[in-house]
Every structure is written in structure tokens, then in C-alpha cells.
Design a protein around this ligand. Structure first.
Ligand SMILES: [Zn+2]
Length: 136
């Protein structure tokens, strides 16, 4: 019988997950920097081109919007990584931020930055899908 709920994973799991988070964090930062420099280059090109017809301008704006949303997504993922690393530091890593239940190890292995348990995550996604569906 094992009814004890531990918020801490074992040390070797934690060490591996922490390492993965750090690697992921580095990758995300590199991606973000690449995106940002591409974006600057595009903005420069757009502002240099004085005779830009409407469709070209629209295409450039579309491209920029796509890039902006990608940049925003990268920034969010970076924050999640930092958040998870902080949680490791203060010993709260591995517990659901919403209900406080232990997050399954498999889930953390698949996504070390996960802060919600499977139950809370699926409810959260359900809300999001509904929200984005109703905004159209
Ligand atoms: Zn939960």
C-alpha cells in the first residue's frame, strides 16, 4: 500500500529533467533570437521598399504576424521553462499548479515544463478550444 503523495521526484529524475529543461531553454532562446533578427531584417526590407503595392504590403504584414505569433509562443515556452526550473529550485516541481496533485513522471519526461496534471491540462485545453471557437 502506498498512499503517500510525494511532491518530489527522486534525485536522478530531477537531475535529468533539470538538464532537459536547461537544454530546452537554450534552444528556445536561440530560436527566439533567430526569429527576432529575421523579423528585423524583414521590417528593414519593408521600410526600404517604397513602391510596395497593396498585396505585397499585405503579404509582408501576414508574414510578420505569423512571425510575431511564433515569437510570442517561443517567449511563453521560455517562461514555462524558467518557471519549471524555479520550481525545481524551491522543491515544488512535479506538483500540479492547479490541484496540487503529483504530475505523472511519464508526463514530465515528455514535457519537462508541464505545470498541470493530465486532468487539469485537458480541462484547460477544453476551455481554450471553446474560447477560441467562440471568438470567431
Ligand atoms: Zn491538477
Amino acid at each position: 500500500m502506498n498512499t503517500m503523495k510525494l511532491c518530489c521526484l527522486n534525485q536522478s529524475h530531477l537531475k535529468n529533467l533539470k538538464h532537459e529543461l536547461q537544454v530546452l531553454h537554450e534552444q528556445l532562446l536561440a530560436d527566439l533570437q533567430a526569429e527576432q533578427s529575421d523579423q528585423k531584417e524583414e521590417l528593414r526590407l519593408v521600410s526600404c521598399t517604397e513602391v510596395l503595392d497593396r498585396s505585397e504590403a499585405a503579404a509582408a504584414t501576414d508574414l510578420n504576424l505569423t512571425r510575431l505569433s511564433h515569437i510570442k509562443q517561443l517567449e511563453e515556452e521560455i517562461l514555462e521553462c524558467r518557471n519549471a526550473l524555479q520550481r525545481i529550485e524551491c522543491g515544488r516541481y512535479g506538483c500540479c499548479e492547479n490541484c496540487g496533485e503529483v504530475i505523472e513522471l511519464n508526463r514530465l519526461m515528455a514535457n519537462p515544463a508541464a505545470v498541470l496534471c493530465v486532468g487539469c491540462q485537458s480541462r484547460d485545453e477544453l476551455h481554450r478550444t471553446r474560447d477560441s471557437a467562440s471568438s470567431f
